[in-house]
Design a protein around this ligand. Structure first.
Ligand SMILES: Cc1cc2nc3c(=O)[nH]c(=O)nc-3n(C[C@H](O)[C@H](O)[C@H](O)COP(=O)(O)O)c2cc1C
Length: 163
């Protein structure tokens, strides 16, 4: 995948190599800095059947750190944080392909290398009985869940090996 370049902040000092599902890889610069989910806002995006972004609301744009022009047309994996295990996204995609609703906690990577946690609900968009794309709406996750899922994802990630 050929994403627009990140713009790492001074504290994004860990270089992490990540291989995407299409076999391409890139080095992302990450920091430990967490940006709190903005109070009272919904973060919304839509994708086509391949997970390519077709719509992002203002809250999504602001929190990601990218411009709308940089995001639309890119695979959603542009926000993929290297701490996220593959199993979480496999579950999301299996659920989407089965035409069902998915809920889950996601740690997303910002353009500056910091991150934010969301509680996401993703659904297939169905028109005349056909799935035409997918929508995800995010809410603020509780601190307790963020801590719980950080530990769970660390274990899954370790079990998956270094990819
Ligand atoms: C509606 C929808 C929303 C998604 N939201 C995110 C997201 O916020 N962050 C993310 O990393 N992946 C998200 N994904 C999953 C990506 O498509 C992709 O599977 C994931 O980033 C892992 O990519 P990779 O396997 O190429 O590394 C979303 C997928 C769909 C269909």
């Amino acid at each position: 995948m050929a994403f627009p370049p990140m713009q790492p902040a001074a504290d994004a000092d860990q270089a992490r190599q990540h291989t995407y599902h299409d076999g391409t890889s890139r080095t992302v610069q990450v920091s430990e800095r967490e940006i709190p989910y903005p109070e009272g806002r919904l973060i919304i995006s839509r994708t086509d059947l391949n997970g390519v972004l077709t719509h992002a609301n203002d809250a999504f744009i602001e929190l990601s750190g990218y411009t709308r022009e940089e995001l639309i047309g890119q695979p959603h994996a542009i926000l993929r944080h290297p701490d996220m295990p593959r199993a979480a996204f496999k579950d999301l995609w299996d659920t989407m392909k089965a035409g069902k609703k998915w809920h889950g906690y996601v740690k997303n990577l910002r353009k500056d290398g910091s991150h934010y946690w969301v509680y996401a609900t993703a659904v297939p968009n169905i028109r005349n009985g056909q799935t035409v794309g997918y929508t995800s709406v995010r809410r603020k996750p509780s601190r307790k869940k963020i801590e719980e899922l950080s530990a769970v994802y660390k274990e899954w990630k370790a079990a998956e090996g270094s990819t």
